[in-house]
Design a protein around this ligand. Structure first.
Ligand code: A3P
Length: 323
């Protein structure tokens, strides 16, 4: 639909042309521009600038934010299933046939591709997502009653997940980065949406300032106690489970609907393609690999793990956050 295509702003193009540029070794983030201290894929930054001008938050909005490979797909499913649990019989829920990314769109991606109408057309309460650092999210979001759900994950497992994902999207090409190259780029903070420590810290600090508006969740903790976190999440996004629902086992059913095995084996996720970024078709199945904590032990030497931990610990020291 041509009438839906919005022209990129010339003013934004002029700004982007002044920013330091760096190729990304993960092709779906190539190229990256340094903006407000973060390496943002150019395409997503175009979306972020358009959002700054035109995104209109609603007080009931729910925005999931994550560093890529931290559990975005899972949390999209959890938020969407929680919000819509009474709209469908759970055995006919859209998550059986759709990828969570089809249910909860990335705001900056829709703005970057000229499809902001998709975001505007979602009925309230809207569930949307972003990978943008807090300092690059439009200020109107922080000034509104929007709720932000932030999920983070052990950076070592983020790295492992990103490496396998990169391998899949590059489909056996010669130029697949080595694990060591990807490791180095994460340690240096020069990778898509990095440095990872500043991404996490931005939301951590904001969650301490406004705990009623930003919830800060950790992938590993959700894996360990999914039911507890599902209840906490439902409460936070304004649709807590009733006593009747709890006694009927609805929380466990939602957790099951969003579980790794259920999502991985659903028809929509086995076959669906095109979770598109420019020139790259990403199959939905790539988003489900192992879904575990601690797979880094099979990929990093002890020295590599300790070095990365030390880098991150140094950076987050004094902020009251533990890896
Ligand atoms: P692994 O590669 O370690 O398995 P994102 O959605 O942010 O891209 O993150 C992808 C990671 O989340 C992958 O990690 C993927 O397997 C895992 N994942 C996807 N769905 C999940 C689920 N329902 N439960 C737990 N982990 C899930």
């Amino acid at each position: 639909n041509n009438h839906l295509i919005e022209r990129p702003s010339e003013e934004h193009d002029a700004l982007l042309a002044t920013l330091p540029l760096q190729p990304s070794i993960t092709p779906h983030f190539n190229p990256m521009l340094l903006y407000k201290g973060f390496w943002i894929p150019k395409f997503m930054l175009q979306g972020a600038l358009a959002m700054e001008q035109r995104f209109k938050p609603r007080p009931t909005d729910i925005i999931l934010v994550s560093f890529p490979k931290s559990g975005t797909t899972w949390l999209k499913a959890m938020i969407f299933a929680t919000l819509t649990r009474t709209s469908y019989p759970l055995d006919q829920h859209p998550l059986h046939t759709h990828n969570p990314h089809q249910c909860v769109p990335f705001i900056e991606r829709e703005f970057a591709t000229g499809r902001s109408q998709i975001i505007e057309a979602i009925p309230s309460p809207r569930a949307m997502s972003s990978h943008l650092p807090f300092s690059i999210l439009p200020k109107t979001i922080a000034d509104s009653d929007c709720r932000i759900v932030y999920v983070w994950r052990d950076p070592k497992d983020v790295l492992v997940s990103l490496w396998h994902f990169t391998e899949k999207i590059m489909g056996g090409a010669d130029k697949i980065p080595t694990f060591e190259q990807l490791y180095d780029s994460l340690c240096q903070g020069v990778n898509g949406f990095g440095p990872i420590w500043n991404h996490v810290l931005g939301y951590w600090e904001e969650s301490k300032r406004r705990p009623e508006k930003i919830i800060f969740l950790k992938y590993e903790n959700i894996l360990q106690e999914p039911v507890k976190h599902a209840k906490q999440l439902a409460h936070f996004i304004g649709c807590p489970y009733s006593e009747a629902e709890e006694s009927q086992g609805v929380v466990e059913q939602i957790v099951e609907l969003c579980s790794f095995q259920k999502l991985k084996n659903s028809d929509g996720n086995k076959s669906g393609i095109s979770f598109a970024v420019p020139d790259q078709d990403i199959s939905y199945s790539y988003l489900f690999r192992k879904g575990e904590a601690g797979d880094w032990k099979n990929h990093l030497t002890r020295e590599m793990a300790e070095r990365l931990d030390t880098i991150i610990e140094e950076k987050i020291k004094g902020f009251g956050l533990k890896i």
